[in-house]
Ligand binder design. Structure first.
Ligand code: SAH
Length: 210
C-alpha cells in the first residue's frame, strides 16, 4: 500500500475514534508522518502509536496530535501559535497547514536540527523553530492565539499563560497525582477557564537546555 493509502486509513481510524474537525483530518491526510521518523521505523509511521525519535524522546501518537490540534482550533482559527517541544517536527508540520505562523521551541539541539531539515525539505516555510527552554515561551513573538505544549509540565507554566492573547487557548499535559491530564486553558474576559480533556502520557517537560 502507498504511504497515501496507509495515511488515509489512519485518518479514517481517527475519525472513527472521535476526531471531528475536518480541517485537522485534512492536515493529517497531507503530512507524511513517515518523513518524521527514522527510516527503520517508517513502515510503522501510520500506526496510531507513539514512536521513538532518539534522545529518549517520542513522536506523539497521531490521535493525540489530532485531539490537541482540535482543542487549539476549537474557538476559531488562531493566527499565531507557539509549540513547546518541537521533537520530530510532526505536530508543527500539522499546525503549519492550519495556521498562518507556527513558532516552535526545542531544548535538544540535535532534534531541532533534524526537524528544521524536514521543514525545509517539505517547504513548510511558515514554521519558525528555535533552540530554547519552552518555560520561557517566545517573548518577542507574544502574544499568541494558541500555545501547545507537547511535554508534561508539573504545573501550568505562568509564563505561557502570560504570553496568551485575549481568547487564546493553552493546551498542556499536566502531572497530577502521578498521572497526566491534558488541559485546555482559555483566556477570557474574567481570567482563565480550564477544561480537562482526559488522561495522556507524555515525556516530561524539562528545564534548561540539553
Ligand atoms: N511535538 C513533538 C513531540 C516531541 S516529544 C513531535 O511532534 O514530534 C516532546 C519534546 O519536548 C521532546 O523533544 C523534548 O526534548 C521537548 N521538551 C521537553 N521539555 C522542553 C522544554 N522545557 N523546552 C522545549 N522543549 C522541551
Amino acid at each position: 500500500m502507498t504511504s497515501q493509502g496507509t495515511r488515509d486509513r489512519l485518518v479514517k481510524r481517527l475519525r472513527e475514534d472521535g476526531i471531528k474537525d475536518e480541517q485537522v483530518l485534512s492536515a493529517m491526510t497531507q503530512v507524511p508522518r513517515h518523513e518524521f521518523v527514522d527510516e527503520a521505523l517508517s513502515s510503522r509511521a501510520y500506526e496510531n502509536t507513539a514512536l521513538p525519535i532518539g534522545q529518549s524522546q517520542t513522536i506523539s501518537q497521531p490521535w493525540i496530535v489530532a485531539r490537541m490540534t482540535e482543542a487549539l482550533l476549537e474557538h476559531g482559527k488562531p493566527g499565531k501559535v507557539l509549540e513547546v517541544g518541537t521533537g520530530s517536527g510532526y505536530q508543527a508540520a500539522i499546525l503549519s497547514h492550519l495556521v498562518p505562523a507556527v513558532f516552535t521551541v526545542e531544548r535538544i539541539d540535535e532534534l531541532l536540527k533534524f526537524a528544521r531539515r524536514r521543514f525545509h525539505a517539505l517547504r513548510l516555510n511558515n514554521i519558525y523553530a528555535r533552540y530554547a527552554d519552552g518555560h520561557l515561551g517566545w517573548p518577542s513573538q507574544a502574544p499568541f492565539d494558541g500555545i501547545i505544549v507537547t511535554a508534561a509540565a508539573q504545573t501550568i507554566p505562568q509564563v505561557l499563560l502570560d504570553q496568551l492573547g485575549a481568547g487564546g487557548v493553552l493546551v498542556v499535559p499536566i502531572e497530577k497525582f502521578g498521572n497526566q491530564r491534558l488541559l485546555a486553558v482559555r483566556r477570557n474576559d474574567d481570567g482563565f477557564e480550564e477544561t480537562d480533556l482526559g488522561a495522556v502520557v507524555f515525556v516530561p517537560m524539562l528545564s534548561g537546555l540539553s
